[in-house]
Ligand binder design. Sequence first.
Ligand code: FAD
Length: 544
Amino acid sequence: MATHEVTNQPPPLENYDLYGSDPVLAAAVEREGGGWASADLAAFGWSVSSAESYHAAALANTQTPRLQTHDRFGNRVDEVDYHPSWHHFMGQSVANGLHSLPFERAAGEGGRVVRDAYFMLISQIEAGHGCPISMTTSVVPALRVEESLAAEWEPRILTRSYDPRLVPLERKAGVILGMGMTEKQGGSDVRSNSTVATPIEGGATYSLVGHKWFLSAPMCDAYLVLAQAPGGLTCFLLPRVLPDGTRNGLRLQRLKDKLGNRSNASSEVEFDGAFAHRVGEEGRGVATIIEMVSHTRMDCVVGSTALMRQAVTQAAWHVAHRHAFGHRLADQPVMQNVIADIEVEVEAATLMMGRLSGAFDRAVADSTEAGFARVATPVAKYSVTKRCSEVVREAMECLGGNGYVEESVMPRLFRESPVNAIWEGSGNVIALDVLRALMRAPQGAKEFIAEVELGLGADRRLDAAIAAMRDSLVSLDEPEAGARRLVERMALTWAGSLLVRHGDPAVADAWIASRLDGDHGGLFGTLSPGLDLPGLAARAMPRR
Ligand SMILES: Cc1cc2nc3c(=O)[nH]c(=O)nc-3n(C[C@H](O)[C@H](O)[C@H](O)COP(=O)(O)OP(=O)(O)OC[C@H]3O[C@@H](n4cnc5c(N)ncnc54)[C@H](O)[C@@H]3O)c2cc1C
């Protein structure tokens, strides 16, 4: 029964120019050598922001994966059933090369930045499936340690076909890979892994007995896992299905009931004499799998930037269409300060992400870029993933009560927002990793300083921050307890340097004044009223 006319509610934000609405991202793609894909990225942005796509994302996250441990006859099957929307997103991402693009082009040709831009676009709509997509991309460099395995698996990783069937490798049109390190007694401290690997057939293959406390995307075709071999902690490739078509000894015990990331299943598993191939030498497990982890950490940066971008866009859209106390919310000065402040945060994150994407692309053939990426990756992983929850929470509040309601998309973004700070190394572990990288790889520290110093001369407040950061990195007398302070300073200063070189001058000014020169409160919406707040806030408005 129609009782009243609905007024003062915004139209849904759907079917919009997702890529064109983010000129900072588009400029980063151009700068880092990915301009050849601009038209495709624009088309992809329109496609993934369609009403159907938003609806599919909602379905994938409400019709959540279900574990089937046994068939109706009592045989173990260890399968997870997903809603078709999950498969839709997996298929779309694989068809567009989100798992394979960095390896389809030569180093320096922009494959990585283009892939990261795709990843950033789709993660704004459906973030959960990014987990297996990220792991599949990230497995490749680690797998290359073992030439014969890479020769067998890589051609099937690098197809554009999504094939969710559990069948032997030779019958697969394409494969998806995962990773298992975390056990009950230790996640960050993987050296405490208790899974035992016993050599069979002369040593290249092993039988694994043990467990993993977290194994995400359990329908993957294979996983890189860590286990204790006679020679110490070792990396293995563990296929889900054996060549004769029988299931490997991997038992799915239960699925985690998670805060967010609900479209994606994360399981607890037991290895019951599971067959696995050794990857790298015995005892070199951490060194081997860290190749993979540096890539998944990069994807945490991309994923968090995406969540922030979508949240801020939704906030800007809402306040542009909602009136209170006689004015559009977007015209209210305090609201302008809030939107401006969170927009500045996303733009800084986007610049860090873009620069890192370029470094990953070139690092294969350029040791300077490799050194820079070694330090900059954990710096960005630490700062961008941590800021994500704060930005999304503030953006959610801009929608008032609507923001707290599922249909607004904001609760899903909010629930998703902490995960990138926890997995692939939680905050303290990452901050300590930066300290370790600075001490063990002084070249990386030099490259990081050199990169940040490219911003010298543009702003005396930034110059002072760069000088202070350089002193800290040169003396390196920061005690372990000061790791977070040091990393935060590195991130803020690096972002300032990127902004004066590649960002909008007003955004750079706001960042430097607030984040580096102390003219800011402890929460968002506390930029100086003297800044061009309406202009900064307007940058968050999406294009249709
Ligand atoms: C949704 C989800 C999916 C996941 N999927 C996977 C997966 O597919 N595969 C996989 O292997 N893992 C997975 N994980 C596990 C994840 O990587 C770990 O939870 C994470 O690395 C932290 O390990 P932990 O849980 O053992 O915590 P702990 O290692 O016990 O850490 C607890 C806290 O202590 C801190 N800490 C640790 N060491 C130090 C130190 N030396 N000094 C100071 N503080 C310290 C940490 O920063 C953290 O805050 C997943 C986790 C989640 C939430």
